[in-house]
Every structure is written in C-alpha cells, then in structure tokens.
Design a protein around this ligand. Structure first.
Ligand code: GRG
Length: 314
C-alpha cells in the first residue's frame, strides 16, 4: 500500500504513557484523511453518470467517518494492518451513507439537510436517491469481495456474512421498521427504545469493530470482548445523539435540530432527562473501556474513540 497508509500506523503505535496523553485529535485527522482518500478513489463517475454522481454526492459529503475508523482500529488492535481492513472500512461508510440517504427520504424521516448539505433526494429527486442508496449498498459488498487483499478468503466470507446480517432485517432494517411503527406513540417502552437503537445504530457500529478484528484473525474470546465494547458504545452513541438533538444547533449538527421533540418521539432524554441520559452514556463508555483494559496501550485508540462518542458536539 501507499506510504501514507504505512505512516498511518505511527500515531496508533505511539507510546502514550496513559490514555489522557493519547492524541485523539491527531489520530482522527490522520485516519479521516486515509479514509477520505480511499473513498474518493473507490467510485469513478462513468456512464450512466447521474447515478455515480448521486452516490458520490452523499459519500463524499463529510461526516466523522467513525465506522471506518473503528474498523481500522479494531484490525490494528489484534495485530492486523490498515491495509487489510481499508476496503471493508470503505464499505462500512458506503452502507452507513446509503442508510442516511434512505432515512432522509420523505417516506421515512423527511429531512432536507444532512452533513451540512441538502439531502440526496433534495438535489437529485426521490427516484435517484433511492437508486443511489441501492447502488451504494450493492457496491459495498462488491468492494469488500474484490478489493480485500492478503486476507484468507474464509475471513472475507465471515466479514461479508456479518455485515449482511448487520444491515438486513436482523439489524438496521429491523431497527428502522420498529422505529417507524413507534412514530406518534407516546407509550414506547425502554425495551423497545433499546431494541430500535441496538439495531438501527448499534448493529453497524458493532459490525465495524468486529469486521476489522475478523480480518486480522481475532480469536473468539477477543471478538466477544470487542462485541461487548461495541454494543456499549453503540447505545451510548445513540443516547448522546438524542441529547444533541435537543442541545445542539442545526449548524453544529449539519441537519435539522430538535426533530425528535417536534415529532414527539420517545427518546432517552424524554424518558430519563438530559442529565441522567448523559450519566447513563458515561457509564456505558466506562464499561466499554473496561472490556479492553486487558489489551493495554494497544487499546488506547478504541478507548479514546469511546470517550469521543460522549464528548462530541455533532
Ligand atoms: C441498510 C438496507 C438498509 C436500509 C436502510 C433507513 C434505514 C434502513 C435505517 C436507518 C439507519 C439510521 C439512519 C440510523 C441512524 C444512525 C445514526 C446515529 C447516524 C448518525 O451517524 P453519525 O453521527 O453521522 O456517525 P456522520 O454524518 O458523522 O457519519
């Protein structure tokens, strides 16, 4: 791979004496640059140009690139490299992006803004936006199968199976349909809310971590530890997302703020209040970090990413 990717391991391996000394800002900047460049190269605009342009419009619209970064970090944690995980990291962002495109459609959440830009259907129309999402979803799996190198084929198959399950009815799609069913209901239970978010948000975050680790040949015990880490950060991520919907501005979020309140949606803050929601998220993050303590300094990137989830402003 290119030298920029080899340099990518420098920050991860830097010997920070404790977690507070780990330079997350530099780490994120470096990883985001690697991911941006790989995504940019992943899709060319060819005939029929309109669909490729629409796919690229949302894929290259920014975003934190959290899922690819988690995937790369998990690979490195168990002795893998950025190189072996980069195609899967890109595929995760393609799938995440397609889920945002479809989520924003008038028949779903009906949003005009995403990542600080007009939503896909606002620019290209609903018909093209649906197809752009479909195109990204299919291409994600093709990309893993055709671009992953220096990984035994059975591991690649394991990753494809894990990811397929995470996005289908057992994952994102299942979470989204329960979310749609709960719209307008004020008596949604905590169990149902947890189901929605463990599937809608948690499943892809968990797959991001596990797929990176699987490619690197993680043991079953390591995968179980990483699954518990990822489930905790997934729920914490959504709790903070709900809090930010109330406390952050549209400019900070890059999408319409206050939508949950407006739609009278049951959210974690609506059940617990803002302070308790923050406390619960912090508890989940502490538990997530504890799962990885046996890895020592190698786990600093994943631990710092867990902290970032509660500290983030968008
Ligand atoms: C996956 C086949 C398939 C269909 C999609 C629409 C749908 C089914 C599911 C909805 C999934 C969804 C939109 C979940 C919300 C996840 C979430 C919290 C998104 C925000 O993620 P960030 O903050 O966003 O990481 P950025 O823009 O930074 O990437």
């Amino acid at each position: 791979m290119t030298s920029s990717i080899e340099r990518g391991t420098v920050v991860a391996n830097a010997q920070a004496s404790d977690l507070t000394a780990f330079d997350l800002k530099a780490y994120l900047q470096e990883r985001q640059a690697i991911v941006e460049s790989a995504l940019d190269q992943s899709i060319n605009v060819v005939y029929p140009e309109k669909i490729y342009e629409a796919m690229r419009y949302s894929l290259m619209a920014g975003g934190k690139r959290l899922r690819p970064i988690l995937c790369l970090a998990a690979s490195e944690l168990v002795g893998g490299t950025i190189e072996i995980a980069l195609p899967t990291a890109c595929a995760l962002e393609m799938i995440h992006t397609m889920s945002l495109i479809h989520d924003d459609l008038p028949s779903m959440d009906n949003d005009d803004y995403r990542r600080g830009k007009l939503t896909n259907h606002k620019v290209y129309g609903e018909d093209v936006a649906i197809l752009a999402g479909d195109g990204l979803l299919a291409y994600a799996f093709e990309f893993i199968a055709s671009q992953t190198q220096n990984v035994p084929p059975e591991r690649v198959l394991q990753v494809i199976a894990k990811l397929g399950r995470a996005v289908g009815a057992a994952g994102l799609v299942g979470g989204q349909i329960v979310d749609l069913e709960c719209e307008g209901q004020s008596n949604v239970s905590l169990d149902t809310l947890n189901f929605i978010h463990r599937h809608k948000t948690g499943a892809l975050l968990e797959a991001s971590v596990l797929c990176g680790a699987m490619l690197a040949g993680a043991t079953e015990a390591e995968l179980q530890r990483l699954a518990r880490y990822a489930q905790n950060i997934g729920l914490a991520f959504q709790i903070i997302d709900d809090v930010l919907d109330i406390t952050a501005t549209q400019a900070e979020l890059g999408k319409t703020a206050g939508k949950d309140l407006q739609a009278q949606k049951v959210t974690y803050p609506s059940l617990w209040g803002i302070e308790e929601s923050r406390r619960q998220a912090a508890q989940l993050i502490a538990e997530a970090k504890a799962e990885l303590s046996c890895f020592g300094e190698l786990a600093y990137p994943l631990m710092a990413l867990a902290e970032y989830i509660t500290a983030r402003k968008h």
